[in-house]
Design a protein around this ligand. Structure first.
Ligand code: HMG
Ligand code: MG
Length: 296
C-alpha cells in the first residue's frame, strides 16, 4: 500500500539555481520563493551558506534568507561550521548538511573525505540539536557516483546510521546523477524505512535519464512519503559531472494528484512560479507539465 498523502520539499531555489552560470538577480530568487510558498510548500531549501568561490550563484544567501524567513520550515544548506554560524546569524533554525557516500565525490564537492566530513559534522549536529535546530542530512551518491560507479547499499545504510545516531531529523537520500532504477530504489528505501523508523526519510531524485517518476513510484511502494523536487525540474550539483535537474515538482504533483495521493500543492501556482524564474535560466524548462501549460 502506498501512502495517502506525501510531503513535497521544494528544492528549486537551492538545488535548482546553484548551477546557473549567469547570476540570477536576488529579487527574482526572492520572488520565486514567494510564488512557491503561495503554492503551498511548508518545507523548502531556500539557499546555501557555502563558499562563494565554489558556488558564486548563492553568494546572496544572507539576503535571500532575510527576505524569506517565516514560520515555514525554511532550510539552508551548510557544509561546515562557518555555514552554521551564518545560519545562526540569519536566525535560520533549519539546516541541511550534505555528505557523499562516495569519497571521491565528497572530496570534489566539499574538499574533504567522507570520514573527515562525518567527524566534523557529528559534533556540530549534537550542538545544534541542543539548541533546537531542525537538521536534515543530505546523503549524496546513494546509488551511483560519477567517479566511483555503483555505491553499495551497506555503505549508504552505515553512513545514514551515523547521522541518525547523532540526532538528525530527516535523511534526504539522493540519486545525485540520476542513474538509479526503480528496483534499486525500492530495495534501498525499504531498508532505510525498516532501519530508521524514528526519523523522516526523504527521497531526492535527479531526472538525468528520465527515471525519476518511476523511482518515486518505487519509493512510494517502499512506504516513502517525502520527496524533494524542484519547480521546473531545474538543478544539479556543479561537482557531479553529468548531473542534470531534479525531478520537476509540477510533474510529481500531477502524477500524485492523478493517483489520489494528497500533496496540498497547487499545480497552477507552481507553474506560475516557474514562469517567473524561466527568463533568468540558461536553458528552457523541459518539464512535461510546463511544456503543456505553455502550449495551451
Ligand atoms: P575549502 O576551499 O576547503 O574551504 O572549501 P576553506 O575553509 O579553505 O574556505 C575557503 C573560502 O570559503 C574562505 O574564504 C572561507 O571563508 C569561505 P577566503 O578566506 O578564501 O575569502 N567559506 C565560506 N563562505 C561562506 N559560507 C561557508 C564557507 N566556508 C568557507 N560555509 C567548502 C570547503 C566546504 C567551503 C567548499 O567546498 C564549498 O563551499 N562547497 C560547497 C559545494 C556545494 O555547494 N555543492 C552543492 C550542494 S550539494 C548538492 O547539490 C547535492 C544535493 O542536492 C543532494 C544530491 O543531489 O546528491 C544536496
Ligand atoms: Mg541534488
Amino acid at each position: 500500500v502506498i501512502p495517502n498523502s506525501v510531503t513535497l520539499v521544494e528544492v528549486g531555489p537551492r538545488d535548482g539555481l546553484q548551477n546557473e552560470k549567469q547570476q540570477v538577480p536576488t529579487d527574482s530568487k526572492i520572488q520565486f520563493i514567494r510564488e512557491l510558498k503561495k503554492a503551498g510548500f511548508n518545507e523548502m531549501e531556500l539557499t546555501s551558506f557555502v563558499s562563494p568561490k565554489w558556488v558564486p550563484q548563492l553568494a546572496d544567501a544572507k539576503e535571500v534568507l532575510t527576505h524569506c524567513l517565516d514560520h515555514d520550515r525554511n532550510i539552508v544548506l551548510t557544509p561546515n561550521e562557518k555555514g552554521v554560524q551564518l545560519a545562526r546569524k540569519s536566525s535560520c533554525q533549519n539546516v541541511a548538511f550534505f555528505v557523499g557516500v562516495s569519497n571521491t565525490f565528497n572530496q570534489k564537492n566539499i574538499n574533504s573525505t567522507t570520514e573527515e566530513s562525518v567527524q566534523k559534522l557529528l559534533p556540530l549536529i549534537k550542538e545544534l540539536k541542543a539548541s533546537d535546530f531542525y537538521i536534515r542530512a543530505c546523503i549524496s551518491t546513494s546509488f551511483y557516483c560519477p567517479y566511483e560507479g555503483k555505491v553499495k547499499e551497506e555503505d549508504v545504510l552505515a553512513l545514514c546510521r551515523k547521522f541518525v545516531e547523532a540526532g538528525v531529523d530527516d535523511l534526504s537520500v539522493a540519486d545525485t546523477i540520476g542513474m538509479a532504477n526503480p528496483s534499486e530504489v525500492f530495495s534501498l528505501f525499504s531498508k532505510l524505512k525498516l532501519s530508521f523508523p524514528n526519523v523522516l526519510i526523504t527521497a531526492h531524485f535527479h531526472d538525468t535519464r528520465g527515471m525519476a517518476l518511476a523511482n518515486i513510484y518505487a519509493a512510494l511502494q517502499a512506504g516513502v512519503d517525502r520527496f524533494d523536487s524542484s519547480a521546473g525540474g531545474i538543478g544539479g550539483c556543479p561537482f557531479a559531472p553529468g548531473a542534470s535537474g531534479n525531478v520537476a515538482t509540477e510533474d510529481v504533483v500531477f502524477m500524485l494528484d492523478q493517483m489520489g495521493v494528497e500533496t496540498g500543492i497547487d499545480l497552477q501556482q507552481v507553474l506560475k512560479a516557474v514562469e517567473g524564474i524561466e527568463p533568468h535560466l540558461s536553458k528552457p524548462v523541459e518539464s512535461k507539465m510546463y511544456r503543456l501549460y505553455k502550449s495551451t
